[in-house]
Design a protein around this ligand. Structure first.
Ligand SMILES: [Zn+2]
Length: 266
């Protein structure tokens, strides 16, 4: 069993947040670093050459190339709080009632923004949240499950090539228990961040891993889907597209389960 841990994040899209947050005096503003599309505001000095800053900048190209999407110049603002306390107070004041998470991403009509406290897992959290930012800058309406699956995929250090050991261990445990629920239509029916537990984050990651890391056809299906979503948020869902893959003879939920069984935890 994995120890319970706070979920990585929440993605808040056009939600009824306290509108005053963007001019709040509590926002980190001691230093500001611009790196490509990112504008990083921090409570502490942060050099532009910081390894993490460079890594987040490189992530922009990686996300766009793997997903077959253009890059955008729309700024993604990262607000980095020096302490958990400051972050918690800011989040509860300006985003009340929002699920408590280690970090979160917000999309409003005028701004893409990430909020995070500086802590041990900051690199993973910022890769995750910044991926949401890069993605939303070009595809504003991404289904919740896919948004999270993509962010979970890209939150890993590059050397892992998308292999998420924590999610794999979780799903492998579910397989052993006989409680593993692989069901793409069910994921597609979820519309609230509060509906996502580690089961859903892990399954969403696994779908993205299967789509990006197995066959060119599957990768193409994901890329075409994202391209279509840019033009039409109501475009046919991924499950409908997969149903036609390989002549319609493949049960994609069973395909994902087989993929999962092959990816035995190290
Ligand atoms: Zn997320």
């Amino acid at each position: 069993m994995l120890a319970p841990q706070p979920l990585v994040d929440s993605t808040l899209v056009h939600a009824a947040a306290n509108a005053g947050w963007s001019s709040a005096s509590e926002l980190p503003q001691r230093s500001e670093v611009v790196a490509g599309q990112l504008v990083i505001h921090a409570d502490f000095p942060l050099a532009g050459q910081h390894r993490l800053v460079r890594e987040l900048d490189v992530l922009r190209t990686e996300v766009s190339q793997r997903l077959g999407l253009p890059i955008s110049d729309e700024p993604v603002h990262l607000y980095l709080f020096e302490s958990q306390d400051r972050y918690d107070r800011f989040a509860s004041r300006y985003f009340p009632g929002f699920p408590v998470r280690r970090a979160f991403f917000v999309e409003t009509d005028t701004r893409l923004a990430v909020f995070a406290p500086w802590q041990d897992r900051i690199a993973e959290d910022l890769r995750h949240e910044t991926t949401h930012g890069y993605l939303h800058a070009v595809v504003p309406s991404v289904p919740l499950w896919l948004d999270e699956g993509i962010a979970e995929y890209f939150e890993l250090p590059r050397s892992e090539q998308g292999r998420h050991d924590a999610h794999l261990a979780h799903l492998a445990g579910r397989l052993v228990e006989g409680t593993c629920r692989i069901d793409l239509e069910r994921l597609e029916s979820l519309h609230s961040a509060g509906d996502l537990s580690q089961d859903e984050y892990a399954e969403s990651w696994c779908w993205v891993h299967w789509l990006l890391n197995t066959t060119p056809e599957r990768k193409r299906i994901l890329q075409d889907y994202l391209t279509d979503l840019r033009r039409d948020a109501q475009t046919a869902p991924l499950s409908a597209r997969l149903a036609h893959l390989e002549g319609g003879v493949v049960n994609y939920n069973a395909g994902l389960r087989a993929h999962l069984e092959n990816l035995a935890p190290r």
